[in-house]
Structures are given as structure tokens and as C-alpha cells.
Design a protein around this ligand. Structure first.
Ligand SMILES: C[S@@+](CC[C@H](N)C(=O)[O-])C[C@H]1O[C@@H](n2cnc3c(N)ncnc32)[C@H](O)[C@@H]1O
Length: 225
């Protein structure tokens, strides 16, 4: 399959710094705290993986999955020479073919789900939640859903549409409105536990959302009379 990130991939981190200062990076690592050393964390559609490196530096067992060889090559460059308690495990795969069910304390989708059209995004989100252990968490870092007065919402929309336009042209990502991730998470049975917003020019333009996968109710044992 053609690598859609061949052209824009090498520039990805540079563009994200130009576009947000350090805000995109802060958004991506916001929920790495709160896990214990040796906990297992998965980064889906990891890209250059500065968020995964931050997690590995915190002693977590990190697995990353990405479909793009270009993106994974950049991640390998970023890892080079670094020592972690647990080496980062790199998987070159379509996330839908990655089926380590209920293996992870936390599954992270940073700026990943927005590459898909909405119906398919929900399919991918649903799949990602199956990889989370019961009581584990699922994190989405992405563009902030428009909220607030008309000027705030206009800025949030403009900020998103400039980015999605560039990625539709250069990486053939889906062109769509900003997704309401908390709503989708709740409708998949997750419980949103924490959200943190990140400002660009004083406007909340990015956010990280952490939701918990509730323990499945075990069937009640009925004692024979
Ligand atoms: C917009 S980039 C985000 C990268 C990174 N998470 C970040 O926050 O900078 C989307 C990433 O998802 C990867 N990707 C797209 N479709 C995928 C799929 N079906 N399975 C795994 N990775 C995929 C792309 O190769 C790309 O690295």
C-alpha cells in the first residue's frame, strides 16, 4: 500500500511546532502521567512518537503502531541513542489488524482518529477500546470541539480547517468537521474522566480527553434454592 505520509511525513513535527508552538506536544503528553511504572501503553497511529518517547522515559512499557514506514523511520531516528527501562516496541501495521485484546492499561490516539471519515473513525475507535484492559483508559488528543462564543468557535473551526486542508491535499486524509470525541466515547460505553484544553492565541484549540473502560458486569450467580 502507498505510504500517504511520504511527502508530508518528514515535515510533520516541524509543521506542528510552527502551527502551535509547544501546544500540540503538551496536548499529546498530557495524559501520560497517572500511570504506574511498568504499565502497558499503546500509541495508535504514533507518527514521530515524541509522546511515546515521553511515556518510555517515565518507565512505561510502550508499544507503537503505524501504517506509514516514513513515520516509523522518523520515530526510530528520534529514539536513537536513548535508553529506556523498557525498549519501545515498534509495530508496522494497520491498526485494525492489531488485535492484542485487553492488553493495555492505556491506549492513546493522538491526532489519529481525525484522519478518517466519521463512520470509519467510530469503527477504529471501537476497535481501540477493545485493546484496553477493563478499568484501563482510552485517550484522545485532538482539535477542540467548537465551544464558546461565536468568535471562539470561528477561531476553533478556522484552526482546524487550515490543518485538515493541508493534510487532505498532502496525505489524502478525510476532509470533515471537527469530531465530538467525548460524545463518541460515551456512546461506546466509556466514561469520560478528565479533559484538558490547550490554548492557541488564548483560545482553547486542542484538547486531551481521557475515558475509562468500565468493568463489564459479570453475570450474577443465582444460588439454587
Ligand atoms: C495525523 S498523523 C498523527 C501522528 C501522531 N499521532 C501525532 O500526534 O503526531 C496520523 C498517523 O496515523 C497513521 N495511520 C493512518 N492510518 C492508519 C492505520 N489504519 N493504522 C495505523 N496507523 C495509521 C499515519 O501513518 C500517521 O502517522
Amino acid at each position: 500500500m502507498a505510504d500517504k505520509y511520504k511527502i508530508i511525513g518528514p515535515l510533520y513535527d516541524f509543521l506542528s511546532t510552527i502551527y502551535s508552538g509547544r501546544q500540540i506536544h503538551k496536548c499529546k503528553i498530557a495524559m501520560n502521567d497517572g500511570l504506574k511504572t511498568d504499565d502497558k501503553i499503546l500509541f495508535a497511529g504514533v507518527g514521530h512518537g515524541k509522546d511515546a518517547i515521553d511515556a518510555a522515559e517515565k518507565g512505561l512499557k510502550v508499544t507503537v503502531v503505524d501504517l506509514s514506514a516514513t513515520m516509523l523511520k522518523n520515530l526510530e531516528k528520534n529514539i536513537k541513542g536513548k535508553q529506556f527501562k523498557h525498549p519501545i516496541r515498534l509495530v508496522h501495521s494497520d491498526i485494525l489488524k492489531f488485535d492484542e485484546t485487553e492488553e493495555y492499561d492505556q491506549v492513546v490516539a493522538n491526532f489519529f482518529l481525525n484522519v478518517f471519515p466519521e463512520d470509519f473513525m467510530v469503527t477504529v475507535m471501537k476497535h481501540l477500546t477493545t485493546l484496553v484492559k477493563p478499568e484501563g483508559s482510552f485517550v484522545v488528543g485532538d482539535f477542540h470541539y467548537p465551544k464558546g462564543n461565536i468568535f471562539t468557535r470561528a477561531f476553533q473551526n478556522a484552526y482546524w480547517y487550515v490543518a485538515v486542508f493541508i493534510f487532505t491535499v498532502f496525505a489524502k486524509n478525510a476532509f470533515h468537521k471537527i469530531y465530538n470525541y467525548p460524545k463518541h466515547m460515551e456512546s461506546l460505553g466509556l466514561k469520560v474522566e478528565k479533559t484538558e484544553s490547550f490554548n492557541v492565541l488564548f483560545v482553547p484549540s486542542l484538547w486531551s480527553i481521557k475515558a475509562v473502560r468500565k468493568q463489564q458486569n459479570k453475570p450474577q450467580q443465582v444460588d439454587a434454592a
